[in-house]
Design a protein around this ligand. Sequence first.
Ligand SMILES: [Mn+2]
Length: 313
Amino acid sequence: MSEWIFTHGDGDGLCAGSIALAAKPHSTVFFTHPVGLLEDLEQVKPGDSVIICDISLSQSHISEILERFREISKTGNLIYIDHHPLPASVKKQSIPGQVLHKTGSSASELAYILFHGELNPFLSRNALYGAIADYLDDTPVVHQLLKRWDKRTIYLETGILVQGIEGLKRDHEFKRHIVQNLAKNFPPSLDRRLLELAIENTHREEVVIRELKDYIQIYGKIAYVLNFPFSLGKTAIYARALAEKVVGVAGEERKGFIDMSLRTGEENVDLNNILRDIAPRLGGSGGGHPAAAGARIPKQNFQQFIRKLNEAL
Ligand SMILES: [Mn+2]
């Protein structure tokens, strides 16, 4: 019987994974993402225990994923911890296994709520790092946990983690090492390599902030940037902010598609809802959180996508 932790490779995913690993120290940590989850779960054998953190349930594979969850929880144990909006057709109660799902809280906070009874109380800071990493630090639980720490140190450590893993994408070995250190209650700043990467990436970001202006294109309420060689999420944030628009979009061309990140600063805009509606109609897919989302659209439909997005705003 094996124990597995399937988690996301971003800051929240690493922290949620570290909390799960601290509670289940014999687990194998495996990084996945919504589209890869179904295939990655093939490694799970009957009787294995599985914890899944911070992986949104993808609309396109939803029935197979739920079927796989059912199989796993029949012979073993399945815990699903997530905070992405569920596909419209899925009710929380209909997901097999033990489910902790809540939008508005990070996966790290939810993992901490589930496991904190078995953990060193110091690991509450891992929940804070993850929450801040996902911009979900304005919750009652986070406010409560922050009182046990000096928030200035917590935000510095989160910055080191988030900036350090920027651009690491598929360096799963290093990310696994980070998760293990976090689970052992080592803060991010203790890891020299992570610290140096964080400084390097932050300097790079400073250069981008100064240069991005010349690459921004405007359509209505949208500021967009294509094929700018930097983090899509950050590029979307700065494009929106520098152009003072409602939504920032940063995209890169890959295999005939534009993969993009979208960000808004407006609380009454729900990018997840808008993208789930318009992306499939243009032959693509999209979704995420209300203020931070992603989409993949066939290249030839990109301009039409920008028009439809602007209409929806
Ligand atoms: Mn998350």
